[in-house]
Design a protein around this ligand. Structure first.
Ligand code: HEM
Length: 420
């Protein structure tokens, strides 16, 4: 796509370039990669996500050296990591809080994409690969949460795998057969823990491969930008290095301060204390609540009384994201020029927060809260989530009159920069 400006400087570089042009590749895709000159803070999260993936893989590999995926030993092996292994507590807290930080970053990254219309033509594949990454992240986080074999690990695994039994109402026995197959037996047990561990180790590498595709797909059309307009020429771009390497590193440092706060000062705030009790198949905890990043989906699931419909709504809420590039009918990409849709964007964000709140409440509170039972708020929230994508998005694009769009990135940037 972009002409190569790399010239090998030494004999070794020339030799390597003819056989494996890896330096040329790094030069074109990292160092001199032409990047729109107006990228703002919300564009640093892709890099932060890549960092989070690296942290999870490195800490995970070392944790796995000390962890035992056996239902009789798993809980104690985690306690031994916390108490006996050198810096084991640090490894575990970084890994556990790292998952939360990863999701925090991915939510910002996704809403950024929605706000600036980064999913629109020609970036549909970047978006779809993003949704695949998100689903893979959810699967990985769910599998990992099972591994310490605490009460919430065990019961969370039981509840989530049981979703599939809902298919019994379509084809009798089909759902149960899936659940038994997933469990590797007739209950969540040793076989389940073994396969969950194996898959939890595998998936991050699948994620890494899909990230490669995601960035490859990004580097074909190039980045979108806050104005949502196309790059018209070299005056609109800057080389990635040093401009964006420095900016990304600065914001990565800020992000690491938040990360470090949780690891060192509040390592269990985002988790559940009951997971420090060993798994007991004979005692169901009072509330089975997933980690914070799953709560909006948990609310969608529980807002619908029929089990099958609830499960379908849950899957539907993810599938609808894949369709976003085609549901948005607007001519312009960025919400900066979309006065009508911009308001709905913020409503969607608040809706997801409200759904998350509803998902965090125990079932009793959902049904009995006054004046409006929370379950009804969750239902309205669920309805809005689907309406937003299926109705608001297509219609807003058709009826809205966008604001005038700048001619080019350079003109817009220079218009707001004081003359030198
Ligand atoms: C493991 C998770 C992910 C990683 C490591 C990752 C990485 C990246 C990176 C490095 C970029 C370029 C820098 C930036 O624009 O921030 C990017 C861009 C993008 N990502 Fe992701 N991403 C992930 C997940 C997702 C998800 C879940 C979505 C949406 C569902 C998504 C949608 C996009 C889009 C649309 C762009 C292009 C943005 C633009 O040019 O305006 N990504 N991603």
């Amino acid at each position: 796509m972009h002409g190569s400006r790399y010239t090998p400087n030494s004999g070794i570089e020339r030799w390597l370039d003819r056989r494996l042009p890896i330096i040329r590749f790094a030069q074109e895709h990292l160092s001199s990669y032409p990047t729109p000159r107006n990228l703002n803070i919300w564009y640093v999260f892709g890099g932060i996500l890549t960092f989070c993936l690296g942290v999870q893989i490195i800490t995970g590999i070392v944790l796995a050296m000390h962890y035992t995926p056996d239902s009789r030993l798993a809980f104690d092996s985690v306690e031994s990591i916390m108490r006996d292994v050198n810096s084991g507590w640090l490894l575990r807290y970084v890994h556990a809080n790292g998952a939360s930080m990863f999701f925090l970053a991915v939510y910002i990254h996704m809403f950024r994409g929605l706000y600036y219309g980064s999913y629109k033509e020609p970036r549909e594949i970047i978006w779809i690969l993003g949704v695949v990454l998100y689903i893979l992240m959810m699967a990985t986080a769910f599998l990992g949460y099972t591994l310490p074999w605490g009460q919430m690990s065990f019961w969370g695994a039981t509840v989530i795998t049981n979703f599939f039994s809902a298919f019994d109402s379509l084809i009798p026995g089909f759902g149960t057969a899936i659940v038994t197959w997933l469990w590797g037996g007739f209950g969540v047990d040793n076989a389940t823990l073994h396969r969950f561990f194996s898959l939890h180790y595998l998936l991050p590498f699948v994620i890494a491969a899909v990230v490669g595709l995601h960035i490859w797909a990004l580097h074909v059309p190039g980045n979108n930008n806050p104005l949502g307009i196309d790059v018209k020429g070299p005056q609109d771009t800057l080389p990635f290095h040093p401009y964006y390497t420095v900016k990304d590193l600065f914001y990565l440092s800020c992000f690491m301060i938040v990360f470090a706060y949780f690891v060192f000062f509040s390592p269990n705030t985002l988790g559940h204390s009951i997971n420090y009790a060993p798994a007991n198949p004979l005692q169901t905890p009072e509330d089975i609540v997933p980690e914070w990043y799953f709560l909006p989906f948990y609310a969608i699931l529980r807002s619908i009384p029929d089990k099958l419909m609830g499960v379908l709504a849950l899957f539907g809420s993810l599938i609808v994201l894949v369709l976003v590039p085609w549901l948005d009918t607007s001519r312009v990409r960025s919400c900066r020029f979309r006065p009508l849709y911009k308001q709905f964007f913020w409503i969607l964000l608040v809706d997801c927060v409200i759904l998350g709140y509803c998902g965090s409440k125990p079932v009793d509170a959902m049904l009995l809260s006054t004046p409006v039972p929370l379950v009804w708020i969750a239902r309205i929230g669920t309805a809005y989530y689907f309406l937003h994508f299926l109705i608001v998005m297509p219609i807003a694009g058709l009826i809205e009159t966008p604001k005038p769009i700048p001619d080019s990135i350079a003109k817009s940037v220079l218009a707001t920069t004081p003359a030198e």
